[in-house]
Design a protein around this ligand. Structure first.
Ligand code: ATP
Ligand code: MG
Length: 197
């Protein structure tokens, strides 16, 4: 019998998705021989500012992964009521893919540091192996998780954040080469992140 499928999970606000997200997912996919990476836009993030409408963030994420057969988008978080917790994301995905699939939850160095503040971290670690990836400006370190539950991976450094991209659009600075061209066009067509909106 063939080995169990290995599926990466990349959660994020993706407001907007950028090359930092895509490079991280691609590198982890290669290093861990993943069959697929699911990008999961958050519903209402529990720790965050107001964000763009879920449908805009899903649409941009779909455009960004469209040409890569390793990548797909899941709506589990945007379709669930209430704030998004990673433990719910993983439970819903686990129910979808069944017990034979190994899940790998990918998170940047900034978010990894906060994992112990997440809801039910023990259950998160039971549901998925955690992969922390390097991110410029953040120290990548195991925040004291049980032995063997987390892997730290160096990915090509992309000093890009959605926060900076939103500020760039608001001030008229370029986002070209920082986001996929399709996402750049979407942002402009829909007037996202303009100062007044
Ligand atoms: P924001 O500035 O709005 O928080 P962001 O750029 O941090 O946006 P998120 O949607 O918050 O993007 O991030 C989703 C996931 O991707 C998180 O685990 C985050 O750590 C990781 N990530 C984001 N940008 C990078 C990057 N440039 N390199 C590596 N990982 C990243
Ligand atoms: Mg972030």
């Amino acid at each position: 019998m063939s080995r169990a499928a290995r599926v990466g999970v990349m959660g994020g606000t993706f407001d907007p998705i950028h090359l930092g997200h895509l490079v991280a997912a691609s590198e982890v996919s290669y290093r861990f021989a993943l069959d697929r990476v699911m990008f999961v836009p958050t519903g209402r993030p529990w720790q965050k500012r107001e964000v763009s409408a879920a449908e805009h963030r899903v649409a941009m994420t779909e455009l960004a992964v469209r040409d890569d057969p390793r990548f797909a988008v899941s709506r589990v978080d945007v379709d669930r009521e209430g704030p998004t917790y990673t433990v719910d994301t993983l439970r819903d995905l686990r129910a979808e893919v069944g017990d034979d699939v190994e899940l790998f939850f990918i998170t940047g160095a900034d978010a990894l540091g906060a994992i112990l503040t997440w809801r039910d971290p023990a259950e998160v670690l039971r549901l998925a192996h955690l992969i922390g990836v390097t991110r410029p400006g953040h120290e990548l370190a195991d925040p004291g998780l049980p032995e063997g539950s987390v892997s730290l991976v160096e990915v090509p450094a992309m000093a890009i954040s959605s926060t900076d991209l939103r500020a760039r659009v608001a001030s008229g600075a370029p986002v070209r080469y920082l986001v996929p061209t399709s996402v750049e066009h979407y942002v402009h067509e829909h007037g996202l992140y303009r100062a007044a909106s």
